[in-house]
Design a protein around this ligand. Structure first.
Ligand SMILES: [Zn+2]
Length: 263
């Protein structure tokens, strides 16, 4: 048994680009991603069911507790089962780091508390709150207003996530600003790899069929080699004004986090 699990955790508000960051970060052979740890869906991102996927079949066969997946489906933040699964993943894939992007502050708090079991590397990802409001509006348009959140609801939730990021700032290992990441993903990835003592990369290479993470807004058809910032323009003038006012506190926190990043 390992004394400590090296864990990289991406923490951000939903729709900040964590799946993209997660997929690209875990393209490194020494990083294995579990994604959002969504065992309740019983589906792997390789498109097979959790119990048909070769990767997860191997993991479960080696686990001391064969019920671990079921326990995690009921309680995704159960530390003992998470630890067992992480350990199984590290052994099977011969890697050094587990990457997760569940955005669960409950889980992060538990990992901080269990610092004898986890070596936590918290990655704080920030994205302009107006972008996040825009993406929720886009989601509502695409889904005939049956999915996605209103401006007020999104603004409130984004603010809660920013408050948590502020609370974790001292524990943060690395800060990423979405816009900078889109401009130069390789150099952003390499700055993380460097801090983790991993070899840098010179190009983005993602094998879509070798991804066994669980959950996340997945886009298989996405071409990771030509990343560009999406031009978001879904809000009317009035909505944009409302969003700007409601998101002023979040924007100030984001500015402060970015100031700390560059300090
Ligand atoms: Zn799979």
């Amino acid at each position: 048994m390992r004394s400590k699990i090296n864990l990289i955790s991406i923490f951000c508000a939903p729709k900040s680009g964590s799946t993209l960051l997660e997929v690209l970060l875990s393209s490194h052979k020494l990083i294995t991603s579990i994604g959002e740890r969504r065992f309740e869906f019983k589906k792997c991102n390789c498109e097979k069911s959790l119990y048909d996927c070769n990767f997860w079949k191997k993991i479960i066969s080696k686990l001391p507790n064969k019920n671990a997946f079921e326990i995690l489906a009921d309680n995704k933040d159960d530390i003992k089962s998470n630890r067992e699964v992480f350990e199984g993943m590290l052994n099977y894939s011969n890697s050094n780091f587990i990457l997760e992007s569940s955005k669960s502050s409950k889980f992060i708090d538990k990992c901080i508390k269990n610092d004898q079991s986890f070596n936590l590397n918290l990655v704080t990802l920030v994205r302009d709150p107006i972008d996040l409001v825009q993406i929720q509006k886009k989601k509502r348009i695409i889904n005939n207003y049956k999915k996605g959140s209103t401006i007020i609801k999104t603004s409130f939730f984004v603010f809660l996530y920013y408050l948590k990021q502020l609370r974790y700032l001292k524990k943060t290992f690395h800060i990423i600003y979405y816009d900078e990441f889109m401009k130069d993903p390789i150099s952003e990835l390499n700055s993380i790899y460097r801090k983790l003592n991993l070899d840098p990369i010179s190009n983005l290479k993602v094998n879509n069929y070798d991804i066994h993470s669980l959950g996340g807004s997945f886009a298989k058809t996405r071409n990771y080699n030509i990343l560009r910032r999406e031009n978001l323009n879904y809000l009317t003038g009035l909505e944009k004004l409302i969003a700007r006012i409601l998101n002023l506190p979040s924007k100030l926190i984001m500015k402060y986090i970015l100031y700390k990043k560059n300090a």
